[in-house]
Ligand binder design. Structure first.
Ligand code: 13P
Ligand code: SF4
Length: 354
């Protein structure tokens, strides 16, 4: 399992280093071409906060969406376009296809995977569930369609605590997969009886408690914002813990002017726009002279670039397909999450949750 992650990680890093840098004129031409192609193909661009800022601003400028995994999933179901282009990682493209079978879904690079998805192979996961038939199966969105098809609930980081709380109130025991750190955080927060899979995000796992404490000593007035895929010791140091959208909202509303942020650095583009006067500092990964592999930048998210996006639109290549039997099964727990999100949004805000 770990070797699959290493192989895919090396592959992504190789692909990145082989990509030629794009000069300003070429970049401008690519942007014009992509805008034209999105219109011609009746396609919406849905981008995650960790992708290249060029793609994020293109999504914004063309009526697409830039968001966390939950909102990415919801956007596709609301947009009238016939085609979706998902700039993110594989599970995001699959989720869009599961929810929108009538649409064609494309991705700039189908090799963009996720260590959590890779670390949770469907057969092994299914056997794990079979061994614990008394437990409700809750899986993180960062999983394959086949793993989702085995689940009772799918959740993203912005709604995981609410769903597990809801299940715990009903006295349900839970299987949680694949992110052990997020699972541990939810378990501590809700007190739910959760059996955890042992997956991890190679990006968030690299944030270091000791280095973060040193940084915090330099900026004692700073607030610490942490994505819950980070190790427990780092999560415990946080002033705010949340999904990418929740962290951006916190950056906007917190009184602190300096923010130390423990998540992929792609988030800084939108976070800085949301909180223009604030100083944003990356939480430390490997530490000075220490080794970090991802260094706060997801190697798979980085595979999304202007050239691959233009080519995908031009050629109609990199289409996402999901086996129909798996899709139909995976839709049930995904739709359950979206309905639940709608319900709590209505309770809290009197409308769909932001
Ligand atoms: P969000 O849903 O918080 O955007 O997280 C997705 C992800 O892959 C984080 O690593
Ligand atoms: Fe997966 Fe981590 Fe990359 Fe998010 S940042 S897509 S969890 S590897």
């Amino acid at each position: 399992m770990a070797s699959d992650v290493t192989i895919e990680l090396d592959r992504a890093v190789r692909m990145r280093t082989q990509a030629l840098p794009v000069n300003v004129q070429t970049k401008d031409k690519l942007i014009v071409r992509i805008k034209r192609l999105l219109l011609e193909r009746d396609a919406a661009l849905v981008a995650h906060y960790y992708t290249n800022p060029d793609l994020q601003s293109l999504a914004d400028e063309t009526g697409g969406c830039v968001s966390d995994s939950l909102e990415m999933a919801r956007f596709g179901t609301r947009h009238p376009g016939r085609n979706l282009v998902v700039a993110g990682v594989r599970f995001m493209g699959e989720t869009a296809k599961i929810l929108n079978p009538e649409k064609r879904v494309f991705m700039p690079n189908l090799s963009a995977t996720c260590s959590l998805d890779l670390g949770c192979p469907p057969e092994r996961f299914s056997a794990f569930c079979d061994a614990h038939p008394d437990r409700v199966v809750v899986v993180y969105a960062n999983t394959s369609a086949a793993v989702k098809a085995r689940a009772d609930w799918v959740v993203t980081s912005s709604i995981a605590v609410d769903v597990v709380e809801h299940l715990a109130e009903q006295g349900k025991k839970i299987i949680w997969a694949p992110d052990q750190h997020l699972g541990q955080y939810i378990r501590e927060k809700t007190g739910a009886d959760m059996l955890l899979w042992d997956g991890a995000c190679i990006v968030h796992e690299e944030f270091k408690e000791r280095e973060l404490a040193k940084l915090k000593a330099v900026y004692p007035e700073a607030a610490v914002l942490v994505h819950p895929e980070s190790p427990a010791a780092v999560v415990r140091m946080a002033d705010v813990i949340g999904s990418t959208s929740q962290l951006i909202r916190a950056a906007q509303t917190l009184p602190q002017q300096t923010l130390i942020v423990a998540t992929d650095r792609g988030i800084f583009y939108k976070m800085q726009k949301a909180a223009p006067g604030k100083t944003l500092i990356e939480a430390p990964t490997g530490g000075a002279g220490g080794a970090c592999k991802s260094c706060a930048s997801c190697p798979w998210m980085a595979l999304n670039d202007l050239e691959s996006l233009a080519m995908t639109l031009e050629e109609g290549s990199n289409e996402v397909f999901v086996d129909e039997a798996i899709r139909a099964r995976a839709l049930i727990p995904l739709q359950r999450m979206l309905d639940f999100a709608g319900d709590i949004g209505r309770k809290i805000h009197g409308e769909g949750r932001a």
